[in-house]
Design a protein. Structure first.
Length: 278
């Protein structure tokens, strides 16, 4: 399958490439918030807003100056002005997190939404919640088992069937993660990913993927196309990082650092022909 990055008009500004609102992190899981926020920026979105607790904002702010931070009290205002919502990474499943999740999804409107990690665990416990029309869910097999109320063994026995079942149940694009991740569209189309290696089997890897998909959605890709491209590039990042670091020693931040080289493999010319580089 041939993949292409979203086009970038020379006459553009940061607003052109979209604003991702990332509702992520909890007091003892700030790393997930950092990784998912940075990867959205690295893949090309214009803004990455992190809305979280004061403790998370302080921890993440000590590590990067590239993210815009917002306290949870501003969430209702921010959710009405974002281009993409990403929610769940490191969020926990506390009562407060559940309330934030329900309220945020109720007010997000028609913008694309990516739900990952604890967001999926919360979703599996809710009934009758109104879901956005443009929805991407990114479960691993255990999270998929909770969403479908079946065993992990049943999920693993037929990954395509499980992905289709999630897409049908939640009217969403499903990214069912494994060593060969499956992406299923709302109407049951299947893409089987071919990139990746064991370097991706590391805490934080899924947070990076979530941010990459959100960043591609912010650049006006469709949910199915953004999910397919995000998964493909994420796998390439693992392969690229492992060449230097080995499959044992790759950390999730190394995946983010490998994004430029992965992008070059599918978009080899960084500038239009005849256009001067800096």
């Amino acid at each position: 399958m041939d993949f292409k990055m979203p086009e970038r008009d020379e006459n553009s500004h940061k607003g052109t490439f979209g604003k991702v609102l990332n509702v992520a992190g909890s007091d003892y899981m700030s790393g997930a918030a950092l990784l998912s926020s940075l990867s959205a920026l690295k893949i090309g979105c214009g803004y990455s807003f992190l809305c979280s607790t004061e403790r998370v904002i302080s921890a993440v702010g000590a590590q990067t100056q590239n993210i815009v931070f917002a306290p949870l009290k501003d969430l209702a205002k921010l959710v009405r002005s974002c281009d993409v919502l990403s929610i769940g990474c490191g969020m926990s499943t506390s009562d407060e997190a559940k309330e934030i999740f329900k309220t945020t999804l109720a007010n997000v409107g028609d913008v694309p939404v990516v739900v990952d990690a604890d967001g999926l665990n919360i979703l599996s416990q809710l009934e009758g919640i109104k879901l956005p029309k443009q929805l991407v869910l990114t479960p691993h097999p255990k999270e998929a088992s909770r969403l479908l109320n079946i065993s992990v063994e049943e999920v693993l026995a037929d990954m395509e069937k499980s992905a289709r079942a999630i897409s049908h149940k939640f009217s969403c694009v499903t990214v069912l993660k494994s060593h060969r991740t499956i992406v299923c569209s709302n109407d049951g189309k299947i893409y089987k990913n071919t990139t990746g290696c064991s370097a991706l089997a590391k805490a934080g890897s899924g947070d990076v993927l979530c941010g990459m998909i959100a960043g591609l959605l912010a650049q006006k890709m469709t949910p199915f196309d953004a999910a397919k491209l995000g998964v493909y590039l994420h796998g390439l990042c693992g392969e690229i990082a492992a060449k230097t670091l080995t499959e044992y020693c790759v950390l999730s931040m190394d995946l983010i650092n490998a994004i430029p080289d992965a992008v070059k493999l599918i978009s080899p010319l960084p500038f239009e022909e005849g256009r001067k580089s800096i």
